[in-house]
Design a protein around this ligand. Structure first.
Ligand code: DSN
Length: 436
């Protein structure tokens, strides 16, 4: 990753300049294993840092409330068309500021206050925005949860899900997660949604890049009507969100009838003016650039390698007796029960690993008896190190570093040696500027 030219910033604001340089060094010299993070290309960063940050563009291409839109319309149309091509759908709204507003906008497009959503339990891998009681959405809508049947395999209890759906009659059936390492049976999910008259929605934030890279199944191929995602995880774009949908794209300024066919228009109206004001057009431009990168054949190679790398790490953890929640992985992430495996809490594991240059996050395991601020698990993933060019051999080394560190958390010499090996790997495979 070439150092950004920050010379003017340096002359204007040394404090921010120093913090940015520090972060550049941290990213260059450490291993990023946070499953939801990635490195963007230099082209994405340039678009992100462009003059479009100066521009208001409330509305949609060709229908804005401010003048001077000849270039904003170009970038938003490019982002929309590329997103549609990537995911094979009728419509893309590229304005959501992130994943949470994307989900909220879908809820408001389809639900009335008090309506029910059936989504995955947070403790079993779901996401806060799928109705956790701490969120405002849980005060407006009724969220009911399904769980994983078997924690050793990650199999979802579809029988229970069907029974709950029949009883609770959700308006939205939601497939999606932030910490689940197996793949949904979308056909079964869709059949349950049809049986109870629910819209089938997938929150694919974590695996959007693996779907775009054709390594994991695409919910649209099974009849799902809506998919939300962030754009900065496996999809390797700027920090932001997006809503993809099937149906007829109508004029967002004319209220359509509330039918499944009209979901694209209902969603557009829900994003703006329902929820958000001016979109961040610099981010929209960066999304367009990232989607173009994801349309290249090399992105499929990347997605395949993300999965291979996760499997290589899984093999090490299995060989060395580490307990993996859900028994391993079928995507980019792994959830390790470090409390059972090493007698170390998740918080301490995160801190000890950070000190040797391996960044990941503590995470609850299903039905965890420990508190969220010091849970039993750590979550890790391979999207960022794969962007760096790591393959199975390096990932095997990294998994061994993790186990070595946690087995020897009080051995300073051992940890120093791991730190040096991490630096060496980072020097060998620096973060690239482009990925072709
Ligand atoms: N915070 C994201 C993650 O780490 O999975 C989800 O929103």
């Amino acid at each position: 990753m070439q150092e950004q030219d920050l010379s003017y910033l340096q002359s204007q604001d040394t404090d921010v300049y120093k913090a940015l340089r520090g972060e550049e060094k941290r990213q260059a010299e450490g291993l990023e294993l946070i499953a939801s993070e990635n490195y963007v290309s230099r082209a994405v960063r340039e678009a992100n840092a462009s003059v479009l940050t100066n521009k208001y563009a409330e509305g949609y291409p060709g229908k804005r409330y401010y003048g001077g839109q000849e270039f904003t319309d170009v970038v938003e149309n490019l982002a929309i068309e590329r997103a549609k091509k990537l995911f094979g759908c009728d419509h893309a709204n590229v304005q959501p500021l992130s994943g949470a507003p994307a989900n909220i906008a879908v809820y408001f497009s389809w639900l009335e206050p008090g309506d029910t959503v059936l989504g995955m339990d947070l403790g079993h891998g779901g996401h806060l925005t799928h109705g956790h009681p701490v969120t405002y959405m849980s005060k407006l809508f009724r969220f009911v949860r399904y769980k994983v049947r078997d924690i050793e395999t990650g199999e979802i209890d579809y029988d229970q899900l069907r029974e709950v759906a029949k009883k609770e009659k959700p308006k939205i059936l939601l497939a999606g997660f932030s910490c689940y390492s197996r793949e949904y049976d979308y056909a079964v999910m869709k059949s349950i949604a049809d049986e109870v008259g629910a819209v089938a929605m997938a929150d694919m934030a974590h695996i959007a890049g693996l779907i775009a890279g054709k390594i994991l199944k695409n919910p649209f191929d099974f009849g799902f009507q809506v998919m939300t995602t962030t754009t900065h995880k496996t999809l390797r774009g700027p920090r932001g969100g997006m809503i993809l949908s099937q149906g007829v794209v109508g004029n967002p300024f004319r209220k359509p009838e509330k039918t499944v066919e009209n979901l694209p228009t209902l969603i557009d109206r829900s994003v703006f003016p329902g929820l958000q004001g001016g979109p961040h057009m610099n981010i929209v431009a960066a999304k367009a650039v990232a989607f173009q990168e994801a349309l290249q054949p090399s992105f499929q190679t990347y997605a395949r390698q993300v999965l291979k790398n996760a499997k290589a790490m899984e093999n090490v953890f299995r060989e060395r007796g580490v307990r993996m929640v859900y028994g391993g992985t079928s995507n980019h992430l792994l959830l390790l029960d470090v409390f059972q495996s090493f007698g170390v809490g998740g918080k301490e594991a995160q801190e000890v690993l950070d000190a040797v240059g391996i960044t990941l996050n503590m995470n609850s395991i299903p039905d965890d008896t420990r508190k969220p601020f010091d849970p039993s698990g750590i979550r890790l993933g391979t999207p960022a190190i794969t962007t760096r060019g790591f393959r199975e051999a390096e990932c095997t080394q990294v998994a061994n570093f993790i186990v070595d560190t946690l087995e020897n958390k009080n051995d300073e010499a051992k940890k120093k040696s791991v730190r040096e090996k991490v630096r060496e790997l980072c020097r060998k495979l620096p973060v690239p500027d482009s990925f072709s």
